[in-house]
Design a protein around this ligand. Structure first.
Ligand code: F1P
Length: 294
């Protein structure tokens, strides 16, 4: 079987990530220390917004909220809006940006699109653009760039992604009939993204929660043949609780963003194992354009 476009893009991540520092150089428009910031996106871009918001606030740079564009609270006031949209064309994004006068920056893979017309600054990650419908490297490159803007060095994350590309994808994960993803702090966004990725590419039954919520109900569906995958640290006692259910617990010493690269490979492998083409996910298009856009 020829390699899917999605897998090609997944594999290119360490190389594309290597360009992040130079993309940042001389950039203005990203939030300054102390600003109150809203980060907006849809789908995968929303989950990257969640991760960045948690990281920025944890870094002490200021209150940072993440919203899916359709639920943005127009009544609130922010110092800056950070928008993430690979296509730069998503209807809900454009609709919100048209209505706000807050200083704003757009991170996109395609410059000069409809969203760009309504922001002050556009950062174009052209090298991270994708032919695939399902997002992988645009999302991870954007989050790595935003992490770098908070002073985090991408080098170790890149090395970990190379390891994630070499790691084995165990058959038990490919065959598992259900997978739940968990995270804490900034890795909650990664958990939601991982769950979305498997739904999009392989129509898998997945769920995702903040890790400490898992015992408040979701653990009921754990059983042998199912997987609980944790991004980042595992809260005390959780490993024992999962072991008692018979489900397999997946953890990693890799940087959580690199752990997501391993998940990308699992998404492609699970799709192909089910006779699906990861490049043509059911009912999806590269971006959502609502009829009201004309
Ligand atoms: C984001 C997005 C994708 C999703 C689907 C539709 O678009 O919601 O995350 O997988 O293909 O578009 P964008 O605003 O980042 O271009």
């Amino acid at each position: 079987m020829p390699e899917s476009l999605t897998l090609e893009e997944v594999r290119s991540q360490p190389q594309v990530w290597a360009g992040v520092q130079s993309l940042l150089e001389g950039r203005s428009g990203l939030p300054s220390d102390g600003e109150r910031v809203a980060v907006i996106g849809c789908g995968t871009s929303w989950f990257m917004a969640q991760s960045y918001a948690a990281l920025r606030e944890a870094a002490g740079e200021g209150e940072t909220d993440a919203f899916t564009a359709s639920e943005f609270p127009l009544q609130r006031s922010y110092d800056r809006i950070v928008t993430i949209s690979r296509s730069g064309t998503t209807s809900e994004i454009v609709q919100i940006l048209k209505q706000v006068s807050t200083p704003s920056v757009l991170l996109t893979a395609v410059g000069g699109g409809p969203a760009a017309a309504h922001v002050d600054t556009e950062i174009v990650l052209a090298e991270a653009d994708e032919k695939s419908v399902v997002q992988t490297r645009f999302a991870t490159t954007t989050l790595l760039l935003l992490r770098a803007s908070l002073g985090q060095d991408p080098a170790a994350v890149i090395a970990d992604a190379e390891a994630a590309l070499r790691d084995e994808v165990p058959a038990a994960w490919v065959e598992a009939d259900q997978i739940t993803f968990l995270g804490t702090g900034w890795t909650i966004g990664l958990a939601h993204e991982a769950a979305l990725k498997l739904r999009e590419s392989s129509q898998s039954w997945t769920e995702s929660y903040p890790a400490m919520e898992y015992r408040h109900g979701p653990i009921s569906i754990a059983q042998p043949g199912r997987v609980v995958w944790v991004f980042g640290p595992v809260p005390p006692g959780l490993a024992d609780d999962v072991a008692a259910t018979g489900a397999e617990l997946v953890t990693s010493d890799l940087d959580p963003l690199a752990h997501l690269v391993l998940l990308h490979r699992l998404a492609v492998t699970r799709a192909e194992a089910r006779g699906l083409n990861p490049d043509t996910p059911r009912h999806l298009s590269r971006a959502v354009h609502l009829p009201a856009d004309g």
